[in-house]
Design a protein around this ligand. Structure first.
Ligand SMILES: Nc1ncnc2c1ncn2[C@@H]1O[C@H](COP(=O)(O)OP(=O)(O)OP(=O)(O)O)[C@@H](O)[C@H]1O
Length: 361
């Protein structure tokens, strides 16, 4: 998406410089749901809370918005304490915008009126200018006097985004905003919305259980399980350098090979001796589980290590083979779709890893 719009900067809110969560616990009826959550979001960054259903993502987002009080810990925005056990700044005073899954546009208001909803305190001409700027930004110029029911789901979500961004909040919170949309629309809308937020230099936090959405949208992802943040990092880091077993298994497809440490950067495994490029810090002869992803295991006719294809999945440009090793371990392996092997056939396998991700057994 390209942006040709310009708008004078209205001095409503200063942009967020940083938001820090320090050991935040939140719960209901005295029971903690989110436990000891910590991370920092910097100016213009898009963060993401990623985790399975029920892990506490929305609860944490609601605490950021001010709809839940903290049991322990603190939240600071630009150094100012906005939430702790003893302090609770009300939602309307946090200058935070929200976009939800169920869109929730006002059906009886036009698109212009929807977007202008939070601008009642603005001078009329500034509000008009802001609305037309945002309509242009979200690609909906010409829709000013239409009503929500006459827009597609994707268009409605763009209006919801424009409405939330209109008062220039310091931070935009988005709770599963794309989950009601079909896959194709989501694929188009996610990068567009990222571009719009970046163009506005607006910090945001997305809640999702969909890692592809998280990767496409976020600069920084916090992976949650059972109320705890296991790791916060770039999408690249959490995929390639998971710090816990949960992150290794939840992000991408991960299998574990049984292995024995044989040196500072090497292990013996069912698929031979594997060397990494960093010292892994494990003791010699220690038994470990070595993370291997389907793209780490290559179909290799010259390899002495073989596995039997148990099932296969055609993915267009490649096959994903589910392969049983002689030890009985199951691993997944990508191969070009020109390598079309039958279920039951044995194929040679070799492992190619840059660095070894291991967990003690
Ligand atoms: N108002 C509430 N009162 C009591 N328990 C609640 C309340 N809201 C949520 N919970 C519980 O807190 C836990 C976490 O819910 P939450 O909605 O934060 O998870 P989530 O990760 O956002 O899940 P999902 O992806 O399914 O929306 C769940 O067990 C839920 O039942």
């Amino acid at each position: 998406m390209s942006f040709s719009t310009s708008q004078k900067q209205l001095p409503i809110q200063k942009q967020l410089k940083s938001m820090t969560l320090n050991a935040v616990s939140v719960g209901y009826e005295g029971q903690p749901i989110v436990k000891q959550a910590s991370f920092e979001l910097k100016e213009g960054q898009i963060g993401c809370l990623l985790g399975p259903s029920g892990c506490g993502k929305s609860t944490l987002l609601r605490a950021l918005a001010g709809f839940e009080t903290l049991m322990t810990g603190e939240i600071r925005v630009d150094g100012e304490l906005i939430a702790s056990e003893d302090r609770h700044v009300n939602p309307e005073d946090r200058h935070i915008g929200m976009v939800f899954q169920d869109i929730a546009l006002f059906p009886h208001l036009s698109i212009t009126e929807n977007i202008a909803f939070g601008l009642s305190a603005w001078p009329k001409s500034d509000a008009q200018e802001r609305v037309s700027y945002l309509l242009n930004l979200v690609g909906l110029s010409g829709f000013e006097s239409r009503y929500p029911h006459s827009l597609s789901g994707g268009q409605q979500q763009r209006v919801a985004l424009a409405r939330a961004m209109a008062p220039k909040p310091k931070l935009l919170l988005m709770d599963e905003p794309f989950s009601g949309l079909d896959a194709k629309l989501r694929e188009e809308l996610v990068p567009d919305i990222r571009d719009i937020l970046k163009h506005e230099k607006m910090a945001a936090i997305l809640v999702t259980h969909d890692q592809m959405e998280a990767f496409a949208m976020a600069d920084q992802v916090s992976v949650m399980s059972a109320g705890e943040i296991h790791q916060t990092g770039t999408p690249y880091n959490i995929y390639h350098d998971p710090e816990t077993r949960f992150v290794a298994e939840f992000i991408g497809h991960g299998d574990f090979l049984t292995a024995t440490v044989c040196g500072a950067n090497c292990v013996h495994s069912d698929l031979g001796t594997i060397r990494g490029d960093l010292d892994h810090g494990f003791e010699a002869n220690q038994e470990v589980d070595l993370l291997v992803r389907p793209d780490d295991i290559l179909h290799d006719d010259d390899s002495e290590f073989v596995g039997m294809i148990e099932s296969k999945f055609f993915r267009g440009s490649h096959f994903l083979y589910r392969v049983k090793l002689s030890s009985g371990k199951i691993v997944f392996c990508f191969a070009s779709s020109h390598h079309d092997h039958a279920v039951g056939q044995e194929i040679g396998l070799s492992v190619h890893l840059d660095h070894l991700v291991m967990f003690p057994r």
